[in-house]
Design a protein around this ligand. Structure first.
Ligand code: NAD
Ligand code: DAU
Length: 357
């Protein structure tokens, strides 16, 4: 008989946010068994979890959530009592060039997990001690804001990119399983995360990498688009709280109360990098290069997370300058991680180690 109090499936745990969530749960809850299921796409990297991979309450399994037979069998075998679902195609630019991959993983993959959870938890067990299907989603489902206002949990969905449309589709399916089958779900919609282990295709790690190597830093359009940035460990902490405390069927917004125009963010980053690399102030800003805008580029995201703050007392723990400086320190101290990721070396290494299902 298992001695673990809970058996939790975390999907996408080898990715950026997923690895922070896995680390938090494995370290904080030694009496929970965590299975990290990840396909190890280009975005999945087991180097992200080196520090927890030998813990007795952690296990990794390589697999694709789009494979419904595999998912059904896995649930029959393991009898998870909860799911924290982060696996997704996550990059907006890639969704513009390859939308189908996003529909498959983000919508079909999510529905496969919903079906398997419903089938495993049906009947009396459904209302037993807290089965939860926790779906991690994005503020991008709400579309774009003008100069003022905030997204609340009641904002209408208005996605514009194939990525955000696929996440909106998955959110609707998750809610439909609550309304139709009584599957106990929680959804959170979070703003832009930043921090360690962020794949260097996204703005902040890409800029850090390029500044370090004296390469141009591409800023889309005029750099006037606004994002609300949250330190990734604050997001993981919010997921922990909501996983344990949110009512089934509920939705929460998570945000940093930290809006920055892209160009201002990049200028701040350049100045931090000048300091850290002992360069003359103003050196790195010369690398800024305005390039063609992203198609359908949402102008402004800003999150009202007062529901989360009022219900559970959560709030962001770090000032942006502090979080950004910590992030830069991590990238400068982890040359090997960045080198293996940018060279693609990490991919072939793990492909050989794990069979693909
Ligand atoms: P990421 O791209 O860094 O990681 C995604 C992970 O999912 C990778 O490890 C990848 O291998 C895995 N994966 C992809 N397709 C899979 C499949 N078919 N089967 C199994 N595993 C698969 O993404 P992230 O930035 O860590 O985002 C995680 C989640 O959080 C996503 O659902 C994303 O929509 C959401 N989110 C991200 C942000 C952000 O700022 N990054 C903000 C809000 C919400
Ligand atoms: O808002 C939450 C979303 O944040 C998540 O759901 C997504 O998974 C995550 O990727 C992120 O989406 P963005 O498109 O906002 O992140 P990205 O880092 O790609 O871009 C941030 C902003 O910077 C955006 O306005 C586009 C711009 N940008 C991006 C890149 C990669 C540039 O100006 N230049 C770049 O090279």
């Amino acid at each position: 008989m298992s001695t673990f109090k809970k058996h939790i499936l975390i999907t996408g745990g080898a990715g950026f946010i997923g690895s922070h969530v896995v680390r938090l749960f494995v370290n904080k809850y030694p009496d929970y068994k965590i299975l990290n299921l990840d396909k190890l796409t280009y975005a999945g990297n087991l180097m992200n979890l080196k520090d927890v991979e030998r813990k007795p309450n952690y296990e990794f399994l390589r697999g694709d959530i789009v494979n419904s037979d595999f998912i059904q069998n896995l649930f029959k075998e393991r009898k998870f009592d909860s799911v924290i679902h982060l696996a997704a195609e996550s990059h907006v630019d890639r969704s513009i060039s390859n939308p189908m991959e996003f529909i498959m993983t983000n919508v079909v993959g999510t529905v496969n997990l919903l079906n398997a959870s419903r089938d495993t938890w049906k009947g009396a067990e459904l209302t037993a001690d807290r089965n939860i299907f926790y779906h991690v989603s994005t503020d991008e489902v709400y579309g774009s804001l003008g100069k003022s206002g905030y997204f609340t949990e009641k904002s209408p969905y208005d996605p514009h990119s194939p990525y955000s449309a696929s996440k909106a589709g998955s959110d609707h399916m998750v809610r439909a399983y609550f309304d139709t089958y009584g599957l106990p779900i929680v959804i959170s919609n979070c703003s832009n995360n930043y921090g360690s282990h962020h794949f260097p295709e996204k703005l902040i790690p890409l800029a850090i990498h390029n500044i370090k190597n004296n390469r141009p830093v591409p800023v889309y359009g005029k750099g006037e688009n606004v994002r609300d940035w949250l330190y990734v460990e604050d997001h993981a902490r919010a997921i922990d709280i909501l996983f344990h405390k949110a009512e089934a069927g509920s939705t929460y917004n998570i945000g940093g109360q930290n809006e920055w125009r892209n160009i201002d963010l990049i200028r701040l980053l350049c100045s931090i990098m000048d300091r850290k690399l002992n360069r003359k102030e103003g050196t790195s800003t010369q690398l800024i290069s305005f390039v063609k805008d992203r198609a359908g580029h949402d102008m402004r995201y800003a999150i009202d997370s007062s529901k989360l703050q009022n219900d559970f007392g959560w709030k962001p723990s770090l000032q942006f300058e502090e979080g950004l400086a910590k992030t830069v320190d991590w990238y400068l101290a982890n040359e090997e991680w960045l080198q293996k990721v940018t060279s693609g070396e990490y991919l072939s290494y793990y492909s050989q180690q794990y069979e693909h299902r």
